[in-house]
Design a protein around this ligand. Structure first.
Ligand code: LLP
Length: 429
């Protein structure tokens, strides 16, 4: 489910009219539905109920403190990729003992910070990193809990920039090298406690097949590591895809329902039904690292149309959000539905490009798309922008970062103020 629908002709987030939010807080504006975030968390938790598990929310998808706090209250753990993300999780009241630390390039300062905070596991991506972790932990007189990320060489069949589980990707250690690495580590690295195994094959997977393939391929390895090294957990990563096309309509009907011919063949119930039987007899705690699934359809980016420009070849709707606010279309050819805040009365469509104000041809939200018409002064919502939206926003073109609002029922709360010009130049001289 997601919390966005037309009520009395106006697009609402839960019980709040988005037009009033755009008027109060200005645009571009990110708006999140708290109810959707907690619903998605619970739905996944429920789907995995047949196996001992823990959901470590991938903070990188949306790291706003209020979003983290909401998830911490649901009992989420957190998958972090930097010292900054650990700092955010701690500020939001998250428990470091339920944090895993991923990433191929952890620095000394980050390792020390995470060791001192007592995180659950360092998810290590190379032998060199494991040896360095051992060295730093030794210097501090600590034992570092660790899991190696296995690269299972499985094709996730997603956009090439977010596919991570093939041998040619920079991530993890080759499947064939894992057993020897655990043997060597257990003999040579006294400050490492091998606690688990981790994998993550990619993001925005819309089919169950690659998940099954990876789980089936890695299961014998996991059994062996449990037997020889007493590992206690297996993280099967994140990557569960969401619906981007027609997300408003499908949300009203329940987007998790299987829909033939759409980009939604993967339902969360199916994910649980296929994976739980394959995982439940391993005697291991299964960790999940979902980001997009939890927050993706829980957020929209509101933007106001500034101008309409009719050229010889095209009609451009120029809006006040740019690729610095939402980079997914430019970077991954990401599709976001664009819907007016006032419910269209006719089914008439116009063929337009919706573009931002930035000096780049890649600064567009759609090209040659048929949309319900909207005029300068009117606002539209870019749907499904809750994951990797604000989190990837930048100050390019010296544009202040947008504001963020969290809606819970009939209450809307600003959870990040719009950046002002002074903070834009903070730290510069
Ligand atoms: N675990 C690891 C180790 C990851 O690298 C990622 C995402 C996740 C979990 C969470 O994946 P999710 O459940 O959100 O698919 N910016 C891109 C997505 C990059 C994903 C990076 N890693 C986008 O906007 O599509």
């Amino acid at each position: 489910m997601h919390g966005f629908s037309y009520k009395s002709g106006s697009l609402h987030c839960e019980e709040v009219d988005l037009k009033t939010l755009a008027a109060s807080y200005g645009t571009p504006l990110y708006v999140y539905s708290g109810g959707t975030i907690t619903d998605h968390f619970r739905r996944l938790d429920e789907a995995l109920s047949g196996v001992p598990h823990e959901i470590a929310y991938a903070v990188k998808a949306n790291s706003n403190l209020s979003v983290l706090r909401l998830l911490a209250a649901q009992g989420a753990g957190f998958d972090i990729v930097s010292g900054g993300e650990l700092f955010r999780v701690l500020k939001a009241g998250g428990d470091p003992a339920h944090c895993t630390f991923a990433g191929v390039g952890k620095t000394r300062a980050e390792i020390i910070y995470a060791l001192n905070e007592g995180i659950y596991s360092f998810n290590v991506e190379s032998e060199e990193e494991l040896r360095y972790l051992n060295q730093v932990a030794g210097e501090l007189g600590l034992i570092a809990p660790a899991a190696v990320r296995v690269n299972p060489n499985v094709d996730a069949k997603t956009h090439k920039y977010i596919s991570t589980g093939k041998s040619e990707n920079k991530f993890g250690v080759d499947f064939e090298a894992i057993v020897d690495l655990y043997e060597r580590a257990s003999k040579e690295l006294p400050h490492i406690r091998l606690r688990g195994l981790q994998m993550h094959i990619g993001s925005q997977l819309t089919s169950i097949a690659p998940f099954i393939e990876a789980v089936e391929k890695v299961t014998p390895l996991v059994r062996l590591l449990k037997q020889r090294h007493g590992i206690e957990f297996w993280s099967i990563g994140g990557g569960i895809g969401i619906v981007y096309h027609n997300s408003l309509e499908s949300g009203a009907a329940g987007w998790w329902q299987q829909r033939e011919g759409s980009d939604a063949p993967l339902t969360i119930e199916r994910y649980g039904k296929e994976l739980v039987p394959r995982l439940k007899d391993l005697g291991l705690k299964i960790l999940l690292e979902p980001g997009r699934y939890i927050v993706g359809n829980a957020g929209v980016l509101l933007t106001r149309c500034l101008y309409e420009k009719k050229g010889l070849a095209k009609t451009f709707k120029i809006v006040d959000a740019g690729m610095n606010d939402l980079i997914r279309p430019a970077l991954y050819e990401g599709h976001h539905e664009i819907v007016p805040l006032t419910e269209p009365v006719s089914s008439e469509r116009v063929m337009v490009d919706v573009v931002g104000p930035i000096c780049e041809s890649g600064d567009f939200f759609c090209q040659d798309r048929e949309l319900s018409d909207f005029q300068p002064g009117e606002c539209v919502a870019l749907m499904s922008a809750g994951a990797y939206g604000f989190a990837m926003a930048s100050n390019y073109n010296s544009r202040p970062l947008p504001a963020e609002v969290l809606v819970e029922g009939a209450t809307a709360r600003i959870i990040r103020h719009r950046q002002d010009f002074d903070s834009l130049i903070e730290g510069e001289s």
